[in-house]
Design a protein around this ligand. Structure first.
Ligand code: S3P
Length: 415
């Protein structure tokens, strides 16, 4: 069996969340096609609708009418989505909305002080449960801050910049390492007054609505990574990944894959709406170990679980360090990866901030604890393609958080 054929992906999750939110701040109707089909982006849509924004489907497109936000009458349920709560909290705080945010058990255990600290420095009044959800924000006058973030996080950066759209003066945000820059790119293109100087982004209060827009969201490189990885480790594989986002802050995994020795060609590359997009071919070749350091992490943060699977099939010692952020994702991904890979017979050592994997080792079938984390479910499904014996996931359905079509598409490409 190999992984063969062509695949086109639903829109990038990060850009999909942002396109809904920025369309809500725009003048008139915006039309978005190829929006992510994942449940997380549905959560953002539902929260915006509950806050007074009109959104409707037109065929496969989603049409958002920008307008005034109103106080939601019920708590905003962000379900599993960290991007929904962190970005919307900044956005709604800036728009003077009173709202309560809630989420599922996973989201309710994730740290929110990273956004509450800068936003309260800007003047946001709020209540929370010890730095976690539920959080209630109260209409407040926000003013500029110059914030130096201790973490490289696009969610924190975006929360502060979006709050800055409603704050007096010029809000600036400095991060230690560049994280994904979709917020900056999109806001610049939509008429916000924003400037970037190295790792510092400065934004001014919005004096008129953003421009409305039409956007076809590029395919999600984090979703495509599972198929690229499958193709890199299953013998006789060759896959074409169509129209995948190639923003430089998002392609760390593809660089790593190439460095490990996988067959990879970029067949075409072009620009669309300020983003680089490409068509890639990935095929199986022997893999070598790789070292990932703190500076590399933001560029492949969501791809580290699947990179761990690749490392079990690569020759030598793969080290991932400086990745402590993985402990506060949808689950503790360092623990989830180490526990499940150990059960599959991999040689893996857990570190506080990453892991060490020695390979190659044959993997055996196992029952996988997904911790209801979509990326753990998809990564271990790919591990199952090369395991001797079946991989059985406890909650396969959680893949629908980012990619409901995952299992069907993988079946289609198995040949
Ligand atoms: C995201 C940022 C990242 C990433 C998440 C999506 C975003 O989180 O892990 O899946 O859309 O801004 P952090 O900013 O917390 O690293």
């Amino acid at each position: 069996m190999g992984i063969k054929g062509e695949i086109t992906f639903p829109g990038d999750k990060s850009i999909s969340h942002r396109s809904l939110m920025f369309a809500a701040l725009a003048d008139g109707e915006s039309r978005i096609s190829n929006l992510s089909t994942g449940a997380d982006v549905q959560s953002t849509r539902a929260c915006l609708e509950a806050s007074g924004i009109i959104i409707h489907n037109d065929g496969d497109d989603v049409v958002v009418t920008g307008g005034k936000f109103s106080d939601p009458t019920q708590p905003l349920d962000c379900r599993n989505s960290g991007t929904t709560v962190r970005l919307l909290l900044g956005l709604l705080a800036g728009q003077g909305v009173n709202a309560t945010f809630v989420g599922d058990d996973s989201l309710s255990s994730r740290p929110m002080n990273r956004i509450l600290n800068p936003l309260s420095q800007m003047g946001m009044k709020s209540e929370c449960n010890n730095g976690k959800l539920p959080i209630t924000i109260y209409k407040s006058e926000l003013s500029e801050i110059k914030y130096k973030s201790p973490v490289a996080s696009a969610q924190v950066k975006s929360a502060v910049l979006l709050a800055g759209l409603g704050a007096s003066g010029n809000t600036s945000f400095t991060e230690p390492i560049l994280s994904r820059d979709h917020t900056e790119k999109m806001l610049l293109g939509l008429g916000a007054n924003l400037s970037i100087n190295g790792l510092t982004t400065t934004i001014s209060q919005l004096s008129s609505p953003l421009f409305s827009f039409e956007l076809s969201v590029p395919g999600d490189p984090s979703t495509a990574a599972f198929f690229a990885a499958g193709s890199a480790i299953v013998p006789n594989s060759e896959i074409i990944l169509n129209r995948v986002l190639r923003n430089p802050t998002r392609i760390g995994f593809y660089g790593a894959l190439q460095k490990m020795g996988a067959g990879m060609d970029c067949l075409e590359q072009w620009e669309e709406a300020g983003e680089t997009i490409g068509k890639l071919k990935v095929f199986q070749q022997p893999l070598n170990a790789i070292t990932i350091t703190k500076d590399d992490v933001p560029g492949l943060v969501d791809e580290l679980p699947i990179l761990a699977i690749l490392a079990t099939q690569a020759k030598g010692k793969t080290e991932v360090r400086g990745a402590e952020e993985l402990r506060v994702k949808e689950c503790d991904r360092i623990h989830a990866v180490c526990k499940n890979l150990k059960n599959m017979g991999a040689d893996i050592e857990e570190l506080d901030d990453g892991f060490i994997i020695k390979g190659p080792t044959p993997l055996k079938g196992a029952r996988i604890e997904t911790f209801h984390d979509h990326r753990i479910a998809m990564a271990f499904t790919i591990a199952g393609l090369v395991s001797d014996g079946d991989v059985v996931l406890d909650h396969p359905e959680c893949a629908s958080i980012s990619y409901p079509e995952f299992y069907d598409e993988l079946e289609r490409l198995k040949q």
